[in-house]
Every structure is written in structure tokens, then in C-alpha cells.
Design a protein around this ligand. Sequence first.
Ligand SMILES: [Zn+2]
Length: 137
Amino acid sequence: MRTINYIVVHCTATQPDAKIESIKKYWRDNLKWKNPGYHFMIKADGVVVNTLPIEQISNGVAGWNSQIINISYIGGIDKNNNPKDTRTPDQKASILKLLRELKSKFPKAKVQGHRDFPNVHKACPSFDAKKEYSGLQ
Ligand SMILES: [Zn+2]
């Protein structure tokens, strides 16, 4: 297993009802990515989908991915495509449960949002993950 220094929370920056298959198709066909953007994706109904084994490297934060497990909730923008925390109560509960499980496997990993990395000019994940999950550190 590679060394995991960060567990990073993202949003997909799509509408909350976007389908995982169509997001994966976008990565593959438009961005030409070989691997998915995230290891886990959390649907609006709280279902967690493992999109890549954690041993492999996903495409969440440019330059940092070798040391990251990337997770993302589906949503993160409003109807006008502006950043918005669209997490449902089910998503919030599933994210927290998943983060707890990952932290127990990788106790030294820091939990933070995509935007908490240097030189990231995105709102992702559209809420303050570092603050919200400070109790997990
Ligand atoms: Zn992100």
C-alpha cells in the first residue's frame, strides 16, 4: 500500500442527480483520464460507490494524488452552476462514516477539502471540510 498523507473531500461540481456513469464518461472521453477522479463517490441518497481501489491513484488534486485518497459527494453547485453545499443529510452521514473508516485505516492522514491545498482556485467541495471534520484529526 502507498503512503496516505491526506484524505480529501471533493464535490463533483454537478447537479446532485448526476449519474456516476456519465461523470466517468466525461473523465474518460473529455479529459482523457485513465483513472477516475475519486476513489469513492457518495450519491444524494447516501449510497457510497467505490470507483477505484485505494491502492491505485485517482485524479483529485493535481500534483498530490500519489499520497491521497479522494472522496466526492455528487453535487456541489446550484442551478446556476455557482458553488453551493448541496449535501443531503444522507450524504453527510455517509461521508462522515466513510471518513471515520478511512481514518481508522490511515490514522496519520489529514482530512481536508480540495480547496485547502496550495494554489487551488476552486470552491471544491463547497464547504469548509477542514473545519467540519477537525474532530477526526
Ligand atoms: Zn475537487
